[in-house]
Design a protein around this ligand. Structure first.
Ligand code: CUK
Ligand code: CUA
Length: 688
């Protein structure tokens, strides 16, 4: 594999079409430069960034002109993209046809030995073999978490979090229904940032926390049972976006508020945007109670915790505090906020807060009195235009923010942030990495990997070199590699800990376009895995995995750090187990029935149950199997219920039998040869 060590100069003059072209002609001329491309070469302005991106998309779609003509104009200041712009873009693409893309892509995809589509060889996992890592991917607006094995990228499990889900019975039994109900009673969520709890800056495998951007919530998944066990509905906040913990020991879980809203949002100030606010929320990981919030200026976006426990960093956009896109992107400068956690606790303990919706809210806005003096609660670090991702380097020395609408990353010194008078002086480096930098992950050798949304690439760079180099320098760049296409997050194995493994990197690409068989106008996304363990050979694209919409972030945890249960331990459950022989049917009163029963291969305790129309029926049911993987369920037709029952698990459900008739309750898990016969007749007798 021949990786061009310095492929940066002609980067901005590229397009997806050109890349596709290069992919097809695997023997392409990889070394030729594309110097005199179209005028789109220097993209420090929003206009250029958006034009570039829209051009890429338009050029790749079939029938460029028609597509472009249907595309709505973008409302950006001084910018209106119309048909003419896309015609221009089409011409630019034409001019570039035949120019080669990244040479490493040519060799990866062209040599056939370790092709990107299916995966084979060294980084594949043979049938029956286990993966090295768990990957926990957020499911975006499906509201779930997906568990994949890495490096195979096989999907191992899905964990419903914010949505009801029948296969696992989530939102069907009393306990999980109550979790969803107490979490606000919504039917969906938008999970973005799954983070696994840590002890001493390493994964402890206890919990996974994930945000709900849609309805402003934070959930906790128990990683013994791989099941959601708590949802906190965060007050004073819409869109809990960034999610992370206070390290090194998961002392607090942080939710980063994005959309600014009135606080409380109860009808006051509806059309007075100046009175809206955005808060950082601190949640106790054990109780999942909100401890405090800090109000800040501007929108916030993503967050990450320092390794030492003092600082929490959150990027932000819309320092303009506008309510339209034009207003939000007017300024060239936004802020990364550095929250001084002990200073915030001091303020809370000293009573320096306002209680809103039952939560202490500390004023961390720029003009707050708590930000005067030598121990401000929030330090505002000026960063270029709408920074998006932020992540702290494994050594804990730097917080790196990705520019989004600016082609740089900003390297902020964590020690320096505590010492400098002017927070701007904590900026130690600002390499120019490429167009549309969104998120950054790390290996164990001092490299940062940043997704470039607009360039459709991952750039590998050296963060110590970035501190040495002049601002705007491209020298720290080690390598760039194409991805397909438009990556959001990327994640490297154990990159969020103090000791990344440095072997695998997954780029979560928003668009898959032509990479898979077409499946209608809603395309899958494309999660691409790289092997990054060989710095001499460069990044090696190993796998494409189509992905249901839509993962944002992920955490990759070594398998030895997770200890899932094989069966339920009844003592972990707050219901009493129902052993064989102790089943019961009890009529409590004229309209209340309580049933305790069990399930095993291939029967339920009761082959039939008779109740009366209008009865409130409670069924508690245990799966008495002790053999792992013998799962039963009890599906109760007409009453919209399916309880999944892992071995030794007990679940309960209450429903009103308001429809007279005969209903066959059945087991929906194929559990044995007599699975189809595993049924119980529910007779609902009409009342006179
Ligand atoms: S955000 Cu989605 S790509 Cu919610 Cu972390 Cu950047
Ligand atoms: Cu039990 Cu099928």
């Amino acid at each position: 594999m021949t990786t061009d060590p310095n492929p940066t100069d002609d980067r901005e003059a590229r397009s997806d079409e050109q890349r596709d072209d290069a992919t097809e002609t695997a023997s392409g001329t990889g070394d030729e430069a594309a110097d005199d491309g179209p005028e789109i070469v220097d993209g420090r302005t929003v206009e250029h960034l958006i034009t570039d991106h829209e051009r890429d998309i338009a050029a790749t779609a079939e029938g460029t002109d028609a597509t472009a003509a249907r595309r709505p104009n973008l409302e950006l200041p001084r910018l209106e993209l119309g048909r003419r712009d896309f015609m221009k873009a089409g011409a630019a693409v034409g001019a570039m046809t035949g120019l080669a893309g990244c040479t490493s892509v040519l060799s990866d995809e062209g040599n056939g030995s370790d092709g990107s589509s299916g995966g084979s060889g060294e980084h594949s996992v043979a049938p029956g073999e286990h993966d090295e890592y768990y990957g926990f991917l957020s499911g975006g607006h499906t509201g779930e978490i997906r568990v994949v094995g890495i490096p195979s990228m096989r999907e191992l499990m899905r964990i419903p979090v914010f949505q009801t889900e029948s296969a696992r019975g989530f939102g069907h039994d009393a306990k999980s229904s109550e979790i969803l109900e107490e979490g606000g009673g919504y039917t969906w969520g938008d999970t973005h940032h799954p983070r696994v709890s840590q002890t001493d800056n390493d994964y402890d495998g206890r919990w996974l926390f994930v945000n709900d951007k849609a309805n402003g919530r934070m959930a906790r998944v128990d990683l013994e049972y791989f099941e959601t066990d708590a949802i906190t509905n965060v007050p004073n906040s819409q869109a809990v976006h960034g999610a992370c913990m206070q390290l090194p020991d998961t002392q607090l879980v942080f939710g980063v508020g994005e959309f600014r809203v009135p606080m409380p949002n109860d009808g006051r100030d509806v059309d007075d945007p100046d009175a809206y606010g955005s808060v950082l929320t601190a949640i106790d990981p054990e109780t999942m109670d909100v401890e405090w919030q800090v109000e800040v200026d501007g929108n916030m976006d993503n967050g990450d915790g320092g390794k030492e426990g003092r600082w929490f960093f959150a990027t932000g956009y819309n320092s303009e505090e506008g309510v339209t896109q034009g207003e939000m992107t007017r300024s060239d400068r936004d802020y990364m906020k550095a929250f001084d956690i002990p200073a915030i606790w001091d303020a809370v303990e000293a009573g320096n807060y306002e209680e809103i919706s039952g939560v202490p809210v500390v004023d961390g806005t720029m003009d707050s009195s708590l930000n005067e003096g030598d121990r401000p609660v929030v330090r505002y670090v000026p960063t270029p235009k709408s920074p998006h991702g932020v992540s702290v380097t494994p050594d804990g020395n730097y917080a790196i923010a990705s520019g989004k609408l600016d082609p740089t990353c900003t390297v902020i010194g964590v020690e320096e942030i505590a010492e400098v008078d002017d927070p701007a002086d904590a900026i130690l480096g600002q390499p120019r990495v490429g167009m549309g930098p969104l998120h950054t992950a790390y290996d164990d050798r001092g490299h940062a990997y940043t997704t470039l949304f607009i360039d459709s690439q991952v750039v590998k760079w050296d963060y110590e070199a970035a501190v040495e180099a002049d601002p705007g320098s491209e020298e720290p760049i080690v390598e760039k590699h194409d991805v397909h296409y438009n990556p959001g997050h990327l994640i490297a194995s154990e990159s969020y800990t103090a000791s990344p493994q440095g072997d695998y990197l997954v780029s979560l690409n928003k668009l898959s376009k032509d990479r898979f068989l077409p499946v209608g106008p809603i395309h899958p996304e494309n999660d691409q895995m790289f092997y990054i363990g060989d710095d001499d050979a460069g990044m090696e694209l190993v796998k494409d995995k189509p992905s249901y919409p839509e993962p944002h972030d992920a955490s990759i945890v070594h398998k030895d750090k997770i200890e899932p249960a094989k069966t339920w331990d009844p003592s972990d459950y707050d219901l009493d187990f129902v052993p064989e022989g102790e089943e019961s049917f009890e009529r409590i009163d004229d309209s209340t029935v309580e049933i305790e029963m069990w399930a095993r291969r291939n029967e339920y305790a009761f082959p039939e149950v008779t109740v009366r129309e209008g009865d409130e029926v409670t069924i508690r049911i245990s799966n008495v199997e002790t053999t792992s993987d013998v799962i039963h369920s009890i599906a109760i037709p007409e009453y919209d219920i399916n309880l999944a029952l892992a071995p030794q698990d007990t679940r309960e459900v209450t429903f009103t039998a308001d429809e007279p008739g005969v209903y066959w309750a059945y087991c929906a898990y194929f559990c044995s040869a007599l699975h189809l016969e595993m049924r119980s007749r529910i007779l609902v007798e009409p009342r006179e």
